[in-house]
Ligand binder design. Structure first.
Ligand code: GRF
Length: 284
């Protein structure tokens, strides 16, 4: 139950304890204040007293939890929480955020940069991490940021329902591939037309296609004697590394570069540009 709450509210275990303490203390404080105020009126404890008490406590509750939340460092959580409840009563619904799923199977450094970038966004929520490697670093990152994960398996992804229903039920609006090596099945490409982007660690259309990932790409770039490499952010279609290019950035390939040093340069470019370019695409 506690883990469910942590995921729902996107908080770590310490914050969860502080939030629960705030609820409990704020609740008691408002009950106490309600009784105190009614005591001052000299009203008899009859049905009218109870009705006024309930109204008073309802009005005092937001104030009390907000006050208590300040010393406990949970003010921003409660401000959001109360605004949401208030919105429900007044029928003023908060605009729902665009829910983004990141597909990744590696260390997840790009996923992390994207998560950080949108952490306080009012319009975009990184809602799901989809991964096909049970030991991938990206799953730890998802856990740190309390983001839901979906571990997928090959047979079902390629030959089964492609997890289409799961993604639709989770209300995913947009998909980002950040170090995901499997080809995206046609059914998913068609279900999210122009709503899937990938980052490729080279300057497409060169050095793309099946088998061109990670160090294979950098090795091919060096062996071809290229003096320049870079990154490509592109839409995903039915063909590997083929969709419309959205953005490219370049870096020099020096004679002394090897696959590791080139990979580092590429990662730097990715971390600098991917979150911002993604935001531009999402805002269109
Ligand atoms: C990146 O270089 C990306 O271009 C490629 O896979 C790598 C993923 O790295 N598709 P990380 O897992 O984000 O650190």
């Amino acid at each position: 139950m506690f883990q469910k709450l942590q995921r729902k509210w996107k908080v770590n275990s310490i914050s969860l304890v502080l939030i629960l303490v705030t609820f409990a203390t704020g609740g008691s404080l408002c009950g106490y204040l309600g009784k105190l105020l009614l005591g001052l009126t000299g009203l008899e404890k009859n049905i009218l007293w109870f009705i006024i008490y309930i109204i008073l406590v309802t009005l005092l509750w937001p104030l009390c939890v907000l006050v208590i939340s300040i010393p406990l460092g949970q003010f921003s959580f409660f401000k959001k929480y109360i605004t949401k409840i208030f919105g429900r009563f007044t029928g003023k619904k908060q605009p729902s955020k665009m829910r983004v799923a990141i597909f990744a199977s590696g260390a997840g450094s790009n996923a992390q940069k994207i998560i950080e970038h949108f952490k306080n966004s009012k319009t975009v929520e990184i809602a799901l991490i989809v991964c096909n490697q049970p030991n991938a670093g990206v799953l730890h990152i998802a856990n740190t940021y309390k983001i839901e994960t979906l571990l997928i398996e090959k047979e079902r992804f390629f030959k089964g329902d492609h997890y289409l229903n799961d993604l639709q039920l989770k209300n995913i609006h947009f998909i980002v591939l950040a170090g995901f090596l499997w080809k995206i099945p046609t059914a998913l490409v068609q279900a999210w037309p122009s709503k899937i982007v990938n980052i490729h660690p080279a300057l497409l259309p060169k050095f793309g296609g099946k088998g061109m990932y990670g160090n294979n790409v950098h090795q091919a770039v060096i062996e071809a004697g290229e003096t320049e490499s870079g990154i490509t952010i592109h839409f995903v279609d039915e063909v590997y590394d083929n969709g419309k290019i959205i953005f490219q950035a370049t870096c020099k390939v020096e004679p002394e570069d090897n696959t590791d040093s080139l990979a580092q340069k590429i990662h730097r470019l990715e971390h600098t540009h991917f979150p911002e370019e993604l935001e531009k695409v999402l805002m269109k």
